[in-house]
Design a protein around this ligand. Structure first.
Ligand SMILES: NC(=O)c1ccc[n+]([C@@H]2O[C@H](COP(=O)([O-])OP(=O)(O)OC[C@H]3O[C@@H](n4cnc5c(N)ncnc54)[C@H](O)[C@@H]3O)[C@@H](O)[C@H]2O)c1
Ligand SMILES: O=C(O)C(=O)C[C@@H](O)[C@H](O)[C@H](O)COP(=O)(O)O
Ligand SMILES: [Zn+2]
Length: 367
């Protein structure tokens, strides 16, 4: 088992990584937890809930709360009914939620844990590759009015338990989605990780291999280092938002058909284009190399079903913005991100130009 840790302002939490940890979950949890509520979604329930329950039932008082799968569950309605469930179970501050699932389960369950009784125990058991990002660092949130993560908090988990066997049941779209956040970690902080991802990951890559575990751990370490230095996103944590201003706006426009990571991939390409074309920042970067990999992995690349006005409208709700300006994360070179303020009118023209050129096939590297 690989053991890492993150030091948050309030506590240090362990990150445990191995194949099959769901079968050892009982010995990993704090035996003094009074009531444990497992929050999961219908897909994850089908594959992994019974294994966890079988382990836990003899030692803990366990209840289960199941949500419908997908982004729609990060809602006020779902948040309210989960809070009601916690109340009905008479959860105390010595009780805990175990979030068994991807980023949707983790974000919703974490926000419920942060706010019920002003904070109860919170354990993350991430089941998607993407959730290697979402389960660490304590950003927990739900959406409101189509605006991503607009109601939320910083609430670091008390434990993060990765069972790598759970990746075996992920479909291609979910694998692609998670890999995008790994590529993001490479681009903002780790050239070696970026190079390894692009040179070794193909569609049929073996997710149970040691090579993949090694890449995942490198990616987790990028996240750990940043959130340890800047838990509340006043400075360098903003770099973890690379690709997200545009990505979140696209995701909001396609809530049911495109995944978070797929949208972030397009958002990173937009940010790289801005860095290169508008701010002369980007040094030594090959668009062709990234695009060859992106196409090989079959990321959806259509931008003909969104308008710049629609994207801009969503980008206005990005949490990095001030009242007057949007703030984007750009790149100077791999491993050197920077922040750039851009006013709304300028951004609209950049979006227009990018989308028009993209749709008309004017970028050589897109052909
Ligand atoms: N808090 C953060 O720091 C942070 C970071 C990145 C993303 N996010 C959020 O995470 C969410 C996306 O997370 P996600 O991509 O994990 O989505 P998700 O939780 O919706 O999971 C994706 C799909 O995979 C299914 N699934 C999950 N685990 C599975 C498994 N092991 N086998 C088979 N199917 C499985 C789910 O049921 C769902 O249908 C977005 O809402 C995004 O905003 C948050
Ligand atoms: O941990 C962070 O900080 C991130 O920005 C990670 C992102 O991958 C993640 O999608 C996050 O939820 C975005 O945060 P938001 O503040 O833009 O909602
Ligand atoms: Zn993200």
């Amino acid at each position: 088992m690989i053991e890492l840790s993150v030091t948050a302002q309030s506590h240090t939490y362990p990150i445990l990584i191995d194949a099959g940890l769901r079968h050892r979950i009982k010995e990993l949890l704090d035996p003094s937890i009074e009531i444990l509520v497992i929050v999961t979604d219908e897909h994850v329930k089908k594959y992994y809930l019974d294994d966890c329950l079988q382990e836990l039932k003899s030692s803990f008082s366990v209840d289960v709360y199941v949500i419908p799968p997908g982004e729609q569950s990060k809602s006020m309605e779902q948040y309210k009914s989960l809070q009601q469930f916690l109340l009905n179970q008479r959860m105390t501050r010595k009780s805990a939620i175990l979030a068994l699932g991807g980023g949707v389960v983790g974000d919703l369950a974490g926000f419920a844990a942060a706010t019920f009784a002003r904070g109860i125990g919170f354990i993350q058991m991430p089941s998607t590759i993407l959730a290697h990002d979402s389960s660490i660092g304590g950003k927990v949130a739900i959406n409101l009015d189509g605006k991503k993560n607009i109601v939320g908090s910083f609430y670091p988990p008390h434990q993060v338990i990765f069972d790598l066997e759970m990746y075996q049941t992920l479909n291609e779209q979910e694998i692609r989605s998670g890999l995008a956040e790994m590529v993001k970690h490479g681009l903002i902080a780790d050239q070696k990780l970026y190079d390894s991802l692009l040179s070794s990951i193909k569609v049929d890559f073996d997710l149970s291999s040691n090579d993949f575990k090694h890449l995942l751990v490198q990616s987790i370490q990028v996240k750990n280092k940043i959130v340890e230095k800047d838990e509340k996103e006043t400075g360098i944590r903003k770099f973890l938002n690379f690709g997200h201003s545009f990505g979140h706006a696209l995701e909001a426009a396609h809530m049911n058909s495109r995944t978070h990571g797929e949208c972030v991939m397009l958002g990173m390409i937009f940010a790289l284009w801005l860095s290169n074309e508008k701010f002369n920042h980007l040094k030594g970067f090959s668009f062709q190399r990234l695009m060859d990999w992106v196409k090989q992995m079959d990321y959806p690349l259509q931008l003909d079903d969104v308008t710049s006005a629609e994207l801009l409208n969503n980008m206005k709700f990005d949490k990095k913005n001030t009242q007057d300006e949007l703030q984007l994360v750009l790149l100077k070179q791999i491993g050197s991100p920077c922040l750039q303020n851009i006013n709304v009118y300028t951004m609209e023209s950049y979006l227009n130009e990018f989308i028009t050129k993209w749709n008309q096939g004017e970028f050589n590297w897109l052909k």
